[in-house]
Design a protein around this ligand. Structure first.
Ligand SMILES: [Mn+2]
Length: 403
């Protein structure tokens, strides 16, 4: 048994409209070369193949080329599952004839029960699901009675039940590998704050996204290839492992500055060995948090100028009045180039700063009034006037009436 474990490709991802396709292709070429050099039996992609459930034409074309390259040209089998960003039903298209050419894609629980069998290993592919998928499966496919079916209310109930069924299909003497896509916590606590922080960049309001499983659910597997969290450092145990994404997707991930890469896993001497292999970055992602004077002084920017890089710039100590009439973005683009994917302002005056830090930040939990006011303040550096607040309020009242 020897395989390559990767996840969270998110093909078609953009940052504020900037496409990351070139970065994704660059990472892919390296992954392919590693798989060839290591002579793996299979390449595992643990979910989030695409960035959205209806991917762009460009994303579909790119992913299609990658798969053709791996499966047809290089003859490397690919085992993949759908993640929370993928549209399971759409991905399921063509599944049966894909399998004939060694591309296995599992998008539902039924498929998770039928392992891919190699000489020495069983690979079980359990896609991202939510508890209602489990209720539908156990009612319609298995024919369980309603009382039992109703008990699968939390994701942990559902996955525990599924894992126990998978175990019934274990062939003794073989290694058992599970490929899946969930938030699995390190410490066996449901509310692992560190983990939640890591996930926030990934799941804003996705159903089930923040619910965590504990890694002991998976203790009977020799290796669990996880997707969902984008850094390998979040891996909950030695054998329950996140590979992380191959590419940096936002400034939060850039700030963490953990190395992106993939795992090579094998079982020489009967025990599981894994090694992390770093992926090179062609176009670095810099997060700069400085005042305007520093950003535009040559001593500071000389190490950046002429570089092909992404920038997320947070302007420190920003004085709106003093900067009036200056096109800040244009000035920064002259120096750093046009790939400034984020530009935000940190106001000089403490009172405004404090207010903006106390605001709720998670999507879906804030009243529309607050969201609009925050947005206004972020864009202009000022709070809306009483009159403007009244206008916003009136518009929202009208909208609510129309529903
Ligand atoms: Mn993901």
């Amino acid at each position: 048994m020897k395989f390559l474990h990767t996840a969270d490709w998110h093909i078609g991802r953009t940052i504020n409209g900037f496409s990351l396709l070139e970065e994704q292709k660059y990472a892919f070429e390296q992954i392919k070369e590693i798989a060839k050099n290591e002579n793996v039996d299979a390449l595992i992609i643990a979910g989030d193949l695409y960035d959205r459930s209806i991917p762009s034409v460009e994303a579909v074309t790119t992913f299609n080329e990658m798969l053709t390259d791996l499966v047809i040209n290089e003859k490397i089998p690919v085992y993949a599952i759908s993640g929370n960003h993928d549209g399971a039903k759409r991905l399921n298209f063509g599944r049966d004839f894909f399998a004939d050419s060694n591309f296995y894609l599992s998008t539902n629980i039924e498929e998770a029960m039928k392992p891919i069998e190699t000489e020495d290993t069983q690979y079980f592919l359990l896609p991202f699901i939510d508890p209602s998928d489990a209720r539908v499966y156990y009612k319609n496919v298995v024919g369980e009675d309603d009382e039992l079916v109703k008990s699968y209310t939390k994701i942990s109930d559902a996955v525990m039940r599924i894992v126990s069924d998978i175990r019934d299909n274990f062939v003794e003497g073989k290694k058992h590998v599970l490929v899946t896509h969930f938030a699995v916590s390190k410490k066996g606590e449901e509310s692992d704050d560190e983990l939640k922080q890591l996930m926030l960049s990934e799941t804003s309001s996705t159903v089930g996204g923040l619910a965590t499983l504990t890694h002991d659910i998976f203790k009977d597997f020799d290796y669990v290839a996880l997707g969902h969290i984008h850094t390998h450092e979040a891996s909950p145990s030695e054998s329950v492992v996140y590979s992380g994404s191959p590419v940096i997707f936002n400034s939060k991930e850039a700030k963490l500055s953990t190395q992106k890469g993939i795992y090579i896993v094998d079982d020489t001497d009967g025990k599981i060995n894994k090694k992390f292999i770093n992926l090179k970055v062609e176009k670095p992602f810099y997060v700069l948090n400085e005042d305007f004077e520093t950003l535009t002084s040559k001593d500071f920017y000389k190490k950046y100028s002429g570089q092909n890089a992404w920038y997320s710039i947070q302007l420190k100590d920003y004085d709106r009045k003093a900067m009036e009439g200056i096109n800040i973005r244009a000035r920064l683009e002259d120096i750093y180039g046009t790939d400034i994917v984020e530009l935000s302002f940190e106001e000089r005056y403490q009172d405004i700063k404090n207010q903006s830090q106390n605001k709720p930040t998670s999507v879906g939990q804030t009243a529309p009034e607050v969201t609009i006011n925050n947005f206004y303040e972020e864009m202009t550096g000022q709070k809306p006037s009483d009159f403007q607040e009244k206008v916003i309020e009136d518009i929202l009242i009208d909208i609510r009436k129309e529903r």
